[in-house]
Ligand binder design. Structure first.
Ligand code: 4NP
Length: 157
């Protein structure tokens, strides 16, 4: 299986599209965008087909990432045939991923922040949807660290 990464959150409009955009840019910077495929998905259906949340787009744009072209979709069983890493933003997301995980899947399911710098002090990416701007900035900070760590990990394989 080609190395490929799927980021998963609840709505696929805040955290996982942020990870998608950040990882995509990091892949381009390391000239790996042709070798590693990236996508994002949600475990809930409410926002399917929608653009990322305006606040996520803004926080990402302020740091040089473009999320505008992304559209929300749901996690589906076929994703376990396509993606070698399926990473949840929080424990609920990971439980939903593992509930769908076929016995035959030989990729990695886990939490994105397992690849982040421990000094950040977070194991999960907090859901920013019902909070303010600061929550979206925190998402970006956590995701940037973890995506860099994930790419280091993949490159070391
Ligand atoms: P996300 O945030 O899982 O990071 O995309 C959320 C987006 C929408 C909702 C919850 C979380 N919602 O309840 O609609």
């Amino acid at each position: 299986m080609k190395t490929s990464v799927l980021f998963v959150c609840l709505g696929n409009i805040c955290r996982s599209p942020t990870a998608h955009g950040v990882f995509q840019k990091q892949l381009k910077e390391r000239k790996l965008h042709r070798d590693i495929h990236v996508d994002s998905a949600g475990t809930g259906a409410w926002h399917v087909g929608k653009s990322p949340d305006k606040r996520a787009i803004q926080a990402a744009a302020a740091a040089g990432y473009n999320l505008k072209q992304l559209r929300a979709r749901m996690l589906v069983e076929e994703d376990f045939e396509q993606f070698s890493y399926i990473l949840g933003m929080d424990e609920d997301n990971l439980a939903a991923i593992n509930d769908m995980r076929p016995k035959s899947y030989d990729g990695h399911t886990g939490l994105l922040l397992d690849f982040a710098d421990d000094s950040l002090g977070y194991r999960e990416v907090p859901d920013p949807y019902y909070g303010g701007t600061r929550g979206f900035e925190l998402v970006l900070q956590l995701v940037e660290s973890a995506c860099g760590g994930l790419l280091d990990h993949i490159q070391a394989q």
